[in-house]
Structure formats: structure tokens, C-alpha cells
Design a protein around this ligand. Structure first.
Ligand code: HEM
Length: 101
């Protein structure tokens, strides 16, 4: 049996305007009322990712350190094509300009 996180993460039963970048959907009432299996990047159940907490902490630290010090601006404005590998990624490199804050 295969469960597609891509589909679950965009299912209108769980997400409003799923394609929009709205990080606030992960906070507050929205997040509390959502089905507990609606967001499963680390899978769920007995074989779910053993590194979940470490990965989340690592990402928080990296993003926090980066955005405090640098501003990242995307170069180019062509639509970003997605490529489904083990995880979902942009098909081509995303060129960014890094400036110090
Ligand atoms: C963003 C980072 C990560 C994502 C999205 C992720 C995602 C996943 C997913 C979806 C699974 C379940 C695979 C399955 O269904 O069989 C998994 C399993 C696993 N992950 Fe991660 N993972 C991440 C980071 C890490 C890190 C940092 C570690 C170790 C330090 C780790 C160690 C493992 C291990 C050992 C399993 C196998 C667990 C088992 O089969 O009992 N992962 N991961």
C-alpha cells in the first residue's frame, strides 16, 4: 500500500488554498483542529522517522541563523517546476542573491 504525502498535503478536506505559501497555517487554531495525519512528511506509526525531532530542530536552527544575517532574493521569475524524487524538489537550480542584513 502506498500513501502519497503529496496528495494528502494538498487535499482540500484538510487544507484551504493548499498551493499557497501560508506558513501561519501551522500555528494556532488551524493546526489544532487539523486531522493528526493530515501532515505526514516524516510518516506516522511505528516505522515513522526516528530523526524527526532532530531534523525539525536542525532546520529551525539553520533557518533562524540564516534569516537573521542574510536576505535571500530569488534571481529570475520563471515558474518553478517541481521534480518528484525521494522528496519534492525544484527541477532546476534556484539562483539566489545573498545580501547581508
Ligand atoms: C527533513 C528530514 C527528514 C525527513 C523528511 C525524513 C522522512 C522520513 C520518512 C518519511 C521515513 C519513513 C520511511 C518509511 O515509510 O519507511 C523516515 C524513516 C527514517 N528516518 Fe527519516 N527523515 C528525515 C531526517 C532524518 C534524520 C535526521 C534521521 C537520523 C538522524 C533519520 C532517520 C530515519 C530512520 C532511521 C528511519 C527508519 C525508521 C524505521 O524504519 O523504523 N531521518 N524518515
Amino acid at each position: 500500500m502506498f500513501i502519497s504525502p503529496y496528495t494528502v498535503h494538498r487535499h482540500p478536506a484538510f487544507w484551504n488554498e493548499a498551493e499557497e505559501f501560508r506558513p501561519e497555517r501551522f500555528a494556532g487554531v488551524d493546526a489544532k483542529e487539523r486531522h493528526r495525519f493530515a501532515y505526514i512528511p516524516f510518516s506516522v506509526g511505528p516505522r515513522h522517522c526516528i530523526g524527526e525531532n532532530m531534523a525539525m530542530f536542525e532546520m529551525l536552527v539553520h533557518v533562524n541563523r540564516m534569516v537573521r544575517r542574510f536576505r535571500l532574493t530569488r534571481l529570475g521569475d520563471e515558474p518553478i517546476e517541481l521534480e518528484a524524487q525521494i522528496n519534492l524538489r525544484p527541477r532546476s537550480n534556484l539562483m539566489m542573491q545573498v545580501t547581508e542584513r
